[in-house]
Design a protein around this ligand. Structure first.
Ligand SMILES: [Ca+2]
Ligand SMILES: [Ca+2]
Length: 123
């Protein structure tokens, strides 16, 4: 229980420092049923709503409902980090999500809010 508290605190500090909320995933393999090896997007905060998953690089994720309406995202990759972009074909703003990490709630001001437009693995 103490460890869990420490992890939560670290995540909070990260959020305050960067304005983005990313933290170490707890029981990551079970987050909202994300298939192992996938990058999962969800249409609601905290991995709720409709889930979409991709396993490869994608130049246009906006064709997928969950990515076009993303409010949280989880990298369930087994080997690699993944970079997400607010523009198609790896353009716009980009942020790298380490393996087994997530953003649990994009702020409405985030470039990725309802708008994960492309992704590239192992960057
Ligand atoms: Ca999983
Ligand atoms: Ca959108």
């Amino acid at each position: 229980m103490h460890l869990r508290t420490l992890i939560a605190s670290a995540a909070t500090v990260t959020a305050l420092a960067t304005g983005l909320v990313a933290g170490p995933a707890q029981a990551a393999e079970d987050i909202a049923g994300c298939p192992d090896g996938g990058l999962c997007a969800y249409t609601e905060q905290w991995f709720n709503g409709t889930r979409g998953v991709v396993y490869a690089n994608n130049t246009n994720l906006l064709q997928y409902y969950a990515f076009n309406n993303a409010q949280s995202v989880f990298n369930d990759g087994q080997d690699c980090n993944v970079r997400i972009y607010s523009g198609r074909s790896y353009t716009g703003s980009g942020v790298t999500i380490p393996r087994q990490h997530y953003f649990q709630a994009f702020a409405p001001s985030s470039p990725y809010y309802n708008n994960i437009a492309s992704n590239k693995w192992c960057v």
